[in-house]
Design a protein around this ligand. Sequence first.
Ligand SMILES: NC(=O)c1ccc[n+]([C@@H]2O[C@H](COP(=O)([O-])OP(=O)(O)OC[C@H]3O[C@@H](n4cnc5c(N)ncnc54)[C@H](OP(=O)(O)O)[C@@H]3O)[C@@H](O)[C@H]2O)c1
Length: 280
Amino acid sequence: MINSKTKLLGLIGHPVEHSLSPVMHNRALKDKNLNYVYLAFDVHPNKLKYVVDGAKALGTFKGFNVTVPYKVEVINYLDKLDREAQLIGAVNTVKIEDSIATGYNTDGLGARMALEEEIGKVKGKDILIVGAGGAARAVAFELAKDNNITVVNRTVERAKLLAEEIWRKLNRKVNYGDLKVDLRDYHILIHATPVGMYPHVNVKPVIDLEGIPRDMVVMDLIYNPRETALLREAKKRGAKTINGIGMLVYQGALAFEIWTGVKPDVEVMRRAVESCLLQS
Ligand SMILES: NC(=O)c1ccc[n+]([C@@H]2O[C@H](COP(=O)([O-])OP(=O)(O)OC[C@H]3O[C@@H](n4cnc5c(N)ncnc54)[C@H](OP(=O)(O)O)[C@@H]3O)[C@@H](O)[C@H]2O)c1
């Protein structure tokens, strides 16, 4: 029941109406009997500072997720950043405690947890990341800690800048290049572009899957549709495929624990996401 003790969590982005986070978090909060409510806030581009200041001023507001297009800009209005958010240079989770707003980034670790849930420990692997945008950055910083990473991107300069940044901040060498890539050199492919996302579900994948090794693991960060054209083609060629639902659930579970101090039931969160996707 919502009452005078109910605490507020939320999502800040623009747009936000398609987000699955409110359903996922509210189910997990109910499951753990926590008196919080999670709402989505569609924030106008020139109002972000006021929204963060307002959230800090309201003692009831305990934290929020940040999505496109504010993951970088929001840093200007926060008081502290944890190490991962500093490394990645972007924030997807903010915790508010005594009017102090601290930024975190759970996307990279969320992606690693989703991958490891399916294939076990990921260490010392040759990993190809397709894309150099926000999601690719988070995943590259996380997996570069103990794997050999190559980033390929439509705009090669962005892949180069990301590789240079990871070298500077983590002292880990990352290769980079364009989308003409030989898949035989890799154990794992992580696709981090919006190509193939609903409603453009039949657009051809951005890389050629010819020569894909049969034992390759192909993860697409897209979760709608659950099976993208890339995953469909990879599966036909014998690869193990993983969609973006796991990453969505684990980045959310990590944020939930940061806000509430309670580990949520990831299966409850996954079922909430799956049921929304089945209805859409
Ligand atoms: N499962 C999850 O929890 C989760 C979390 C975050 C994101 N995602 C998904 O990850 C994907 C990427 O998100 P993002 O936030 O990283 O987006 P972003 O910051 O806008 O980056 C987009 C990336 O995709 C590339 N790209 C876009 N259109 C392309 C095209 N037609 N051909 C080739 N490359 C193209 C861009 O290349 P250029 O640099 O050349 O523009 C860039 O590297 C989205 O589908 C998003 O839904 C999933």
